[in-house]
Design a protein around this ligand. Structure first.
Ligand code: PGA
Length: 257
């Protein structure tokens, strides 16, 4: 079994009110009292981060920002910088496909955001994945290499393992149609081959790679058991606490078996 740490990351997206988030976190921290096998991370909307961090920080659940801006400060209305998030979150999602598609985030933005996150001791969780059209035109390999290259464009040798990658095929996100596990294994292996060429074999072997896209409590075990996959990035099934804790429970059981 790989020695890489295992992760369950919940991306709440633009869901839950502050009150609902507090209830959720109360329950999740209680549940986590007896679990320490996996790193459990939730990504609340930015407005909730500070309050959740002060009430629930250090109680077995870590926090991620859903996005950040690469500049230190300045005239960027509506944005939040890595510097401002520093100390409140341990992780930040970067380049989620919804950011790329709906908010026109580019590979260059992703590269800058990764650098800014690392500079402020925030671990970037960089999402990469092909669209349905790219998938059907057999372009996934090219797209993934370009996205992974961008993710690491500003990451110096020796710091690669400070970045987490999440393979999230766009066509699998929020569609109820997750990618087949053998396809996921193949794509994750291709990502590691790219890393091996750039940073060497041992860096590639140390790299944490998650899978995301329509994972539910029913399918989570299959993805956790997929070769090369170190954890899950979960959207829809993380919004209800009971679904999320069921996924964590199953992932832990699998690890112990
Ligand atoms: P999903 O979202 O689990 O709802 O498909 C995953 C994600 O957006 O990271």
């Amino acid at each position: 079994m790989s020695l890489r740490k295992k992760y369950i990351v919940g991306n709440w997206k633009m869901n839950l009110t502050m009150q609902a988030a507090n209830q959720y976190m109360l329950g999740l921290c209680q549940f986590m009292q007896t679990q320490r096998e996996l790193s459990v991370v939730v990504a609340p909307t930015t407005v909730m981060v500070q309050s959740l961090h002060s009430h629930f920080g250090g109680r077995g659940v870590q926090f991620a920002a859903q996005n950040l801006h690469w500049a230190e400060s300045g005239a960027y209305t509506g944005e939040v910088s890595a510097r401002q998030l520093s100390g409140l979150v341990e992780y930040a999602l970067v380049g989620h496909s919804e950011r790329r598609q709906l908010f026109y985030e580019t590979d260059d933005d992703v590269a800058r955001k990764v650098a800014a996150a690392l500079h402020h001791q925030i671990t970037p969780i960089v999402c990469v994945g092909e669209t349905a059209a790219q998938h059907s035109q057999a372009q996934a390999g090219v797209v993934l290499s370009a996205q992974v290259a961008a993710a690491f464009a500003r990451v110096p040798q020796g710091s690669a393992s400070r970045v987490i990658l999440a393979y999230e095929p766009v066509w699998a996100i929020g569609t109820g149609k997750p990618a087949a596990t053998d396809l996921v294994a193949e794509r994750v292996a291709a990502i590691r081959r790219w890393l091996s060429t750039r940073y060497g074999q041992s860096a590639a072997a140390e790299q944490t790679v998650l899978y995301g896209g329509s994972v539910t409590a029913c399918t989570c075990e299959a993805y956790m058991a997929t070769p090369g996959v170190d954890g899950l990035l979960i959207g829809g099934a993380s919004v209800q606490l009971s679904d999320f804790t069921e996924i964590i429970t199953k992932a832990i059981k699998l690890r112990q078996s």
